[in-house]
Structures are given as structure tokens and as C-alpha cells.
Write a protein of this length. Structure first.
Length: 261
């Protein structure tokens, strides 16, 4: 697997990454619109600058944090692989999800305690085993979110990553609900699976955009729903960067990774 094992020097050369912008950590945003994501990031960090086609650089507490836009498992795994080879010491995947649990509301945020990959990329990375996010980073992330989300709940549970939302069927949703999954999205298993393979601490946070458990879809979103989603995405970005800075300032701990790699 020559590209999988590419050296950090070769990775920098392939993508033209200068030493002074190499990331110490990264936040990957699962979102269709790069324009909207970049607008949101620059509203929080006006000095953010583009360092790679899909990524902005944010400097926080001495850390260089890349915030990159990805959609789907293939893109998520590719960008995660790049930033890991560039030397990141922590990685957070964020985005929106479809809810699968009764009683959850639009704007609630899931910090997954377990991730099940049902896309082709994560199946290959994890050998079809559930993936555990790094416990310390997840815990710090939950705390940062709780301090920012006074309008919504921060929840734990199992997240399932699927190939694409355009192919899910009612039978898929019913099967996921029977399995007890809390939400579904497309990138997390690939990102966390890649990080686990290389021993990089990684976690995730996802705002609930609609709830398939109650037949509430994105086609039914009210203005208040839209406001809660936007506020949730803003809180997730701020909390992810803060959690990464806290983790990197703490003494290192061994990452569990994925058994069987």
C-alpha cells in the first residue's frame, strides 16, 4: 500500500505544505458546502487562512489547527490520512446527523461513545469491527459542548456511518433503530478509523439535523430548527478547537486504537 505508507516528507511535497503551516491538530467538518463552512469558521476566527484546497488554518493557544471540509467516507479518509501524515496529534470529526433515537430534538449534539462503520472505507480500515473514539478527548469535548449548549442536550450513544444519505431506505432506518444506534452520518467511521490505525487520539461531535425516529426530515425544518442547527454547528467548532487545545496541553496518554490491526 504505497500511498498509505507515504512518508511525512513526501506528503508535504505532494501537497505543497510549508513547515510553518503544518497542523498540530485538525477538525474535519462533514458538510456539502465548503463556502458555508469557511464562512462559519471565519466568523469565529477572522484570521483563518486557507492552507490547502479544502482546509483553513486556525491558530489557537500556540496550536496550528486545520479545519477541513469533507463529504463522504472516501474524502474523509483521504484528508484524515494527509493531516495524520503531516503530524497531527489530535483529530475531531464534526458535522450533522440524522437522529435515530426517540425523544431527541433538533440541535441536540451527539458525542459518540462507539462508531459502527457501514461504508466501504471504514469496513476496510476497521475490519468490520466497531470503532472506539479516544476517551479523554471525547470527555473534554463533552465538557466544552455542555458549557456552550444552553439550548440543547449533549448526548452519548452509538453512531453509524453509512455510504450516502441518498440510498438509505425505511428498512435501513428500522434496522439501525433495532440495533440501538443514536444517529447516522457519512464520515465519522472513516476518519476515526484512520486515526485509530495510526494511534492518533480522535473523537466526534454531531448536531441532530432531523430525527428519522419521529419521521421528522430536513424537508420539515422550521426557522427555529434552522437556528438551532446553526447554533449547534457554531458550538461544535468552538468546542472542538478548545478540546484539542486542552488535550494537547495535557500529558500524553496511550491511545487504544483498533484491536486486530
Amino acid at each position: 500500500m504505497p500511498y498509505f505508507d507515504v512518508s511525512p516528507t513526501d506528503a508535504r511535497g505532494m501537497f505543497g505544505i510549508a513547515d510553518d503551516v503544518r497542523p498540530t491538530a485538525a477538525v474535519m467538518v462533514g458538510e456539502f458546502s465548503q463556502r458555508d463552512c469557511f464562512r462559519r469558521v471565519r466568523a469565529i476566527w477572522p484570521d483563518a487562512r486557507q492552507v490547502e484546497e479544502h482546509s483553513l488554518l486556525v491558530e489557537e493557544s500556540g496550536d496550528r489547527i486545520w479545519i477541513g471540509v469533507v463529504i463522504g467516507a472516501a474524502m474523509a479518509a483521504t484528508i484524515a490520512h494527509l493531516v495524520i501524515k503531516l503530524g497531527v496529534r489530535a483529530l475531531v470529526q464534526v458535522g450533522a446527523m440524522g437522529g435515530l433515537a426517540d425523544g431527541w430534538q433538533v440541535g441536540d449534539v451527539l458525542v459518540p461513545s462507539l462508531i459502527v462503520g457501514r461504508d466501504g472505507v471504514s469496513r476496510r480500515l476497521s475490519r468490520n469491527k466497531p470503532i472506539e473514539p479516544e476517551a479523554r478527548l471525547s470527555s473534554v469535548l463533552r465538557g466544552e459542548l455542555a458549557s456552550r449548549l444552553d439550548f440543547a442536550a449533549v448526548r452519548s450513544g452509538t453512531l453509524v456511518s453509512t455510504t450516502t444519505i441518498s440510498l438509505e431506505r425505511p428498512s435501513d432506518v428500522a434496522r439501525w433503530r433495532r440495533a440501538g444506534y443514536a444517529g447516522v452520518e457519512m464520515e465519522c467511521a472513516a476518519t476515526i478509523g484512520m486515526a485509530a490505525h495510526f494511534g492518533v487520539p480522535a473523537a466526534g461531535a454531531f448536531v441532530l439535523m432531523d430525527n428519522l425516529a419521529s419521521q421528522h426530515t430536513v424537508l420539515m425544518l422550521s426557522e427555529e430548527d434552522e437556528r438551532r442547527i446553526e447554533a449547534g454547528k457554531d458550538a461544535i467548532l468552538r468546542a472542538s478547537v478548545a478540546a484539542i487545545s486542552t488535550l494537547l496541553a495535557a500529558p500524553p496518554a496511550e491511545s487504544p486504537g483498533l484491536a486486530g490491526f
